[in-house]
Design a protein around this ligand. Structure first.
Ligand SMILES: Cc1ncc(COP(=O)(O)O)c(C=O)c1O
Length: 339
């Protein structure tokens, strides 16, 4: 054993292992020999998603440190914020959220779920710049400390070296389900923790895997820099010797326009996945990743003869904030009963 991953404390929050399911009709449509979907949308915490794995590490530290209130931040439809709120309530801790982005009238999707969890929200209207959100979290933490509380800040997206260990462990789980053969693993990249964890995890547990990231918000250069930093932090925590310069970080930034906006190709991919496999993707993250998979296969950048594993990182509640964009496809004949 050349790492100490098993020595890092966790607290159980997610339903693991998540299933690895074959998607034969979607594979045919994309022209892939084999396509599997890793159902991390089924991790639990009020709608599932990748963040549950990261939170298992963060909350071990939070509970151990005796913190009584969590502060985290994200965009208005942040899955991370919703899952953190759910985890906090599951463990009896208070929760405060700093959210940002386009102003809203009524809470929908993840924001509505945050209402259910009684999370207090401070909202940066029309602004979701990471450094502004972080500053606001720090201000709030100072206020709470001044009142005698013991706050803990989980950075945006939970993307720290510690949180990313959730995806190092996920690759161990995947190796047990799939084996160690050649495979192409594709996933969304936002704050880079999931991607970083997957790259480090495959290096350890699935060394023949090629990991491909699809950006939902950042340019390639920024992703490579941030991902390498997190990989390095995670590797240090588990005492795994790695030369970050040796790691190839492969990612694409061609499949989003602006963070949070639906794209035409992403929307088509959502319908294909739902119609062919009965699986729901979302407009901000996973729909774009599926659109990327389709395009990269068309361009032969993804090898159609090598199996692909699509990491379904969740995001389903977001669908319920896009009813005007997605709902207008309703195929419905209204009948006015005259019985
Ligand atoms: C559904 C979904 N997929 C992918 C991601 C990207 O994960 P990360 O922020 O770790 O890069 C997120 C992040 O919020 C997400 O909610």
């Amino acid at each position: 054993m050349d790492h100490s991953l098993n020595k890092i404390p966790t607290i159980k929050l997610a339903n693991l292992p998540t299933p690895l399911e074959e998607a034969p009709r979607l594979a045919d449509k994309i022209d892939l020999s084999k396509l599997f979907i890793k159902r991390d949308d089924l991790t639990g915490l009020a709608g599932g998603g990748n963040k549950a794995r990261k939170l298992e590490y963060d909350f071990a530290e939070i509970i151990d440190g005796g913190h009584d209130v969590i502060i985290t931040a994200g965009g208005i439809q942040s899955n991370h914020a919703r899952m953190t709120a759910s985890a906090a309530r599951k463990l009896g801790v208070d929760v405060k959220l700093v959210l940002g982005g386009p102003d809203f009238e009524i809470p929908k999707g993840n924001l509505l779920l945050n209402v259910m969890f009684g999370a207090e929200v401070r909202y940066l209207v029309d602004d979701d710049a990471n450094d502004h959100l972080t500053l606001e979290m720090e201000k709030w933490a100072d206020e709470l400390s001044g009142k005698g509380q013991k706050p803990f800040i989980i950075p945006i997206g939970g993307s720290t070296g510690l949180g990313a260990l959730g995806y190092v462990m996920a690759m161990n789980e995947l190796a047990e389900q799939f084996g160690k053969d050649k495979v192409q693993i594709i996933m969304g990249v936002g704050s880079c923790g999931t991607f970083a964890g997957a790259i480090l995890g495959t290096k350890i547990f699935m060394p023949k895997a090629r990991v491909i990231g699809i950006s939902v918000s950042r340019k390639v250069k920024d992703i490579k820099k941030r991902t390498a930093e997190i990989i390095y932090e995670s590797a240090k925590l588990i005492e795994y010797k790695i030369n970050v310069d040796d790691l190839s970080i492969e990612c694409y930034d061609d499949y989003f326009t602006e963070y949070g906006m639906i794209t035409e190709e992403g929307e088509k991919a959502i319908y294909d996945c739902a119609n062919l496999e009965g699986i729901l993707l979302d407009p901000i993250y996973t729909g774009k990743v599926m659109a990327g998979l389709m395009d990269l296969t068309r361009k032969s950048i993804i090898d159609k003869n090598i199996p692909v594993i699509f990491i379904h990182t969740g995001g389903m509640p977001i669908i319920f904030s896009f009813e005007s964009e997605l709902g207008n496809k309703l195929n419905c004949t209204k009948i006015y009963p005259k019985f």
